[in-house]
Ligand binder design. Sequence first.
Ligand code: 5GP
Length: 120
Amino acid sequence: GLVDSEGPTIFDKIISKEIPANVIYEDDKCLAFRDINPQAPVHFLVIPKVRDGLTRLSRAHEGHKEILGHLLYTAQKVAKDEGLGEGFRVAINDGPGGCQSVYHLHLHVIGGRQLTWPPG
Ligand code: 5GP
């Protein structure tokens, strides 16, 4: 993806159902779907349906606190539904230094195998 692009991303087409995704949870504010290039037996993304300037986490402002909480809450709820009761990881890559490739905020949820730390 483009570095810190303000333009539309592939996730807009997933939200609008223009391109298919394996959606595992949806409500009025967010969407969770399986990552196309999974890094573990379970790997899904949780995204806000409206980007509202959240190209990346570091663009967050006071008015984003509610959606940020909702995304994190949803991540753990769907993780449990996915059978990740033994544990899992929630990650957000921010910017070029954080290996972000899609500039629409997303939480990675990874699990289903023993994870290691640090991630590298
Ligand atoms: P980032 O590197 O920005 O933190 O993560 C972007 C993630 O989106 C990557 O893990 C990548 O595999 C995933 N991804 C990119 N394009 C698509 C797509 O079209 N469909 C799905 N399901 N995942 C995608």
